[in-house]
Ligand binder design. Sequence first.
Ligand code: NAP
Length: 493
Amino acid sequence: MKIYIDGIWKDSSNQAVLNKYNPSTGEVIDTFPAATKSDVDAAMDSSEEAFKSWSEMGSPDRAKILYRAADLIARSRGDLENLLTLEVGKIKREAADEVDGVLDQIQYYAEFERKLTGDIVEGTTPDRKIFQYKVPYGIVVAITPWNFPAAMVVRKLAPALLTGNTVILKPSSDTPLTAEWLVKKFIEAGIPKGVLNFITGKGSEIGDYIVNHKKVALVTMTGSTSTGQRIMQNASSNMAKLILELGGKAPFMVWKDADIMKALKSLVWAKYLNVGQSCIAAERLYIHEDIYDNFMSKFIKVTKKLSVGNPETSDVGPLINKGALSDMEKTVQEAKNSGYKILTGGAPPVLQGKFGSGYFFEPTIIDNVDQKSNLFQNEIFGPIIGTQKVSTMDELYEKANDSRFGLASYLFTESPELMLEASEKVRFGELYINMPGPEASQGYHTGFRMTGQAGEGSKYGIGEYLKLKNVYVDYSRKPLFINTINNSVFDNL
Ligand code: NAP
């Protein structure tokens, strides 16, 4: 694997490499370059130079390249799906679904080609106007996570490029291969030299240097809240604009009048999609006491039926790495120490052959978890969920909102009054009522509280990549009179 700087695929300047593991087997499948500071400097210089012509190209011409990239990806989508299964351990259906999302997002953003607008605002006198132009920021640093390694990359590349920014992409060290595959498609589609640079390497080693770099105008990052906070501090040295899509702790609320099967299917999706490693994963289950036993017995039954193992053939694949697996083990141990009952799961499954050394964990349900516990306050990011009974809607709102995270939330009820009331009272960036996610390209994916800043998707998301610039014009033919100065000093000149 190589990095891509100024139109050339290369090794890092000191030839250093890191290992990429297959999470299903624990085997090394490739190495990738650990980029150095001088690689970062070269990428910045290249992006700066390319910005001059790319930002002056019309957006319909930029869109043509994006459409071509989507076409190239679609033509070899099977390869991308296989890569997602190899690199992340995605089960087949989910890999295909992510690729659908990739194509949808590129298409969606490219369609803004003739929809980018500014404003003309009336000045303070009739012959004055303020032209509000929307202009690209300059160099965008895009830092992506591993959980949706293709979708997260294009959700940043497509809007940033369409709006005339140049991009330096740094993907997660758990998923460099998917990012490289996508970059190749964008290059093949005609992205000019320097418009898209691609570097890999550990965020903990090279991340601070990238974000602190004086040439960076905007940092768009999806990842954990702690990394987001660090990026925010570093970006302050340069006043870089930030788009931060961070952690979640979604409450999944089932009221007594809910359509049980709709809620159950949505929960199985929201909890076990990508082995629970999703920012919109259901992490806290609140069920009305009248239906608790009925709903829980069904949920446990279905959970037990899910097969765990080889992602080519199973319902649930592996966690991303050894660290994630040991986090699950610690979470269950902590639950046991707190005296909670494990209703199902709670350990890695016993698997034969090469999958025996993969990072698998059984889907796990933990009963009657305390609201203030670690399990209900911090992101689990795996196939574990805690439950709680509730009896009133006020209790439900209070508990759901009691989280430092504020991305997704789910509510199941047949009552129109409760749907409307919850729309106001549930303080999350996304509330899914009677449906599973995920977010749509035309929705604005954003979070309250520690989930971050700004957002992605929709006209608001594309707007994040454009800076508003104001040009004041006076086209009056009358002499200029300024009321705060003594105008007589200009007489007889
Ligand atoms: P992470 O560990 O925070 O890493 C995210 C990215 O930041 C990676 O590319 C990482 O590189 C890089 N990074 C690490 N330290 C850095 C530094 N000092 N400066 C700059 N970059 C740095 O998160 P993750 O484990 O990949 O992803 C899981 C998290 O993402 C979860 O919290 C999840 O909720 C969140 N997420 C949020 C959304 C959303 O839309 N809100 C969507 C998906 C995921 P390395 O890999 O090299 O360390």
